[in-house]
Design a protein around this ligand. Structure first.
Ligand code: SF4
Ligand code: SF4
Length: 489
């Protein structure tokens, strides 16, 4: 920016023509948040009458010239402004008309962006978050309980038990019936396990059948394979591409950092196999999403994986280790708060150096995001169903042994919405410590399973609260940098 240029500049997601396609939600390994809008939206018309700045704004300094703005009581998205844009905002500390504060196309464009992201609002009408009704049913299909790795943080008690073709088809029938009955418009399937690729024939048959059934029922189908990336051969890669099945690969470090927490059954290194698979997928024309689980063992080694992903234009997301019964024997996995913050700072620095076109607002905040407000941190108890390899229905994959029905006899959505049984995914307002938090509509109090494991209660804030409160402003700043780097101006 030329210092002699006194025009106000404000940039938001609308200034990235293809922004709506680039937003990644951190939901690939977990329950998706209720489906809803994204930060990218069309610019509205400016209303008649005076505007005023929102009461509680988050302001993050980006550099000497620019500030990133976010309204935690609004509907998501960041606006980055230069000094003149920031000064323009000050004119609206008290209600004012645009014509009273500034003239010219640049000022009008800046005000429009500030208004569109709820930084400014009509006097007397403060913005309120729109909590969108969910229209997509997400199902975790546990196609096998078998795995070829022995990760210490895994919550699955493995066995050789695998889903049969009949159970897979019964599961699809139940899901399609239930989705239709409860008014969902789309079905999202997550092929998981164990290692789902070990039961590839059933998985592909299931997907083919699901496509037929969804087409007939008028539902949109999407699917993702959650894989450790050890054994996806060329044929399976080609089949996944043919069927438009997305792939998420777990990669927790490059080399030793990955191997320290993702060894093979025989205790050998697996990272070379995973990197070979990622290369194979890229050659096939598939871009896997990289899922990075952070424990104390790899907290110093997240930044190199982020660099690896960004250099290949791959999306990625962070998942903080969640303590569970199976991992209880590995006390060294639990991270220290300060170590996590230091590791994340290093990863954020790599993102800053290699800013992607897609937004990281949905992928670097563990179970939180800054794309669309919500009152629960995931879809458990609402629009998320887990089906085990025998057809048992559960509310959360971390509680897969705690079944609440069977696909042959039970309506899956009805079963997981029964609040009297199993995990309770409370509204953020019902969590002690969260009600007055700036980030409540974005964090929603964290993962219910992890909070219960740490505290024995569902109605309290996340044990990661301090980490979350520290990294949210940093994510706002990164989004500001992305807009500055990639938005048209
Ligand atoms: S867990 Fe902490 S950061 Fe999250 S909503 Fe609750 S108080 Fe806010
Ligand atoms: S309760 Fe936690 S582990 Fe279970 S789906 Fe929700 S966020 Fe994921």
């Amino acid at each position: 920016m030329n210092s002699s240029d006194r025009r106000a500049v404000a940039l938001s997601g609308v200034d990235l023509a293809d922004a709506h396609e680039l937003l990644v939600r951190s939901c690939e390994d977990c329950a998706c948040p209720p489906s809803g809008g994204t930060a990218a939206r069309a610019l509205p018309a400016l209303p008649a009458g005076p505007l005023v700045r929102a009461r509680e704004l988050v302001e993050c300094r980006v550099d000497d010239e620019f500030v990133a703005l976010f309204n935690p009581d609004g509907n998501g998205g960041v606006v980055i402004v230069n000094r003149e844009g920031r000064a323009l905002l000050d004119h609206f500390s008290a209600p004012a008309e645009l014509a009273e504060t500034a003239t010219g196309a640049a000022a009008e464009a800046a005000v429009l962006r500030l208004f569109a992201q709820d930084i400014l609002h009509p006097a007397g009408t403060a913005p309120s978050p729109r909590f969108e009704e969910s229209t997509e049913l997400t199902a975790w299909l546990h196609v096998t309980n078998k795995c070829n790795l022995k990760c210490p943080y895994c919550y699955v008690r493995k066995s050789d038990d695998a889903m049969t073709r009949d159970v897979a088809r019964d599961s699809v029938d139940a899901l399609v019936r239930s989705a239709t009955k409860h008014g969902f418009r789309s079905l999202r399937l997550k092929y998981a396990g164990g290692e789902a690729s070990l039961n590839a024939a059933v998985l592909l048959d299931l997907h083919h059948y699901a496509q037929e059934r969804c087409d007939a029922a008028g539902l949109t189908l999407s699917a993702v394979l959650l894989s450790n990336g050890v054994a996806i051969g060329k044929d399976l890669a080609a089949a996944l591409k043919d069927h438009s099945i997305r792939i998420m690969i777990s990669l927790d470090g490059i080399g030793e950092a990955h191997d320290a927490q993702r060894p093979t059954l025989g205790g050998k290194a697996s990272s070379a196999l995973v990197l070979r698979t990622i290369g194979r997928l890229l050659e096939t024309g598939l871009s896997p999403h990289i899922s990075i689980t952070i424990t104390s063992r790899n907290v110093d080694a997240v930044a190199p994986v982020v660099r690896f992903a960004l250099e290949r234009d791959l999306t990625f997301s962070f998942n903080f280790f969640r303590d569970n019964e199976c991992s209880a024997g590995f006390a060294d996995l639990q991270y220290e708060e300060q170590a996590m913050l230091t590791g994340l700072d290093a990863a954020f620095a790599v993102i800053e150096e290699n800013l992607p076109r897609w937004s990281v607002l949905g992928s670097v905040l563990d179970r939180g995001q800054l794309l669309a407000p919500r009152r629960r941190s995931c879809g458990v108890g609402d629009d998320y169903v887990v089906i085990d390899q025998r057809g048992g229905i559960a509310k959360c994959h971390m509680e897969i042994g705690d079944t609440v029905g069977d696909v042959r006899t039970t309506d899956p959505v009805l079963a997981i919405r029964d609040g009297s049984r199993g995990i309770r995914n409370l509204l953020v307002e019902d969590k002690q410590g969260c009600r007055d938090c700036t980030w409540r509509h974005w964090c929603s109090g964290g993962c219910a399973a992890a909070t219960f494991r740490a505290t024995g209660r569902f109605d309290v804030r996340s044990p990661n609260c301090t980490i979350y409160r520290t990294i949210y402003p940093k994510a706002v700043r990164l989004e500001g940098l992305r807009l500055l780097r990639h938005a048209a101006r």
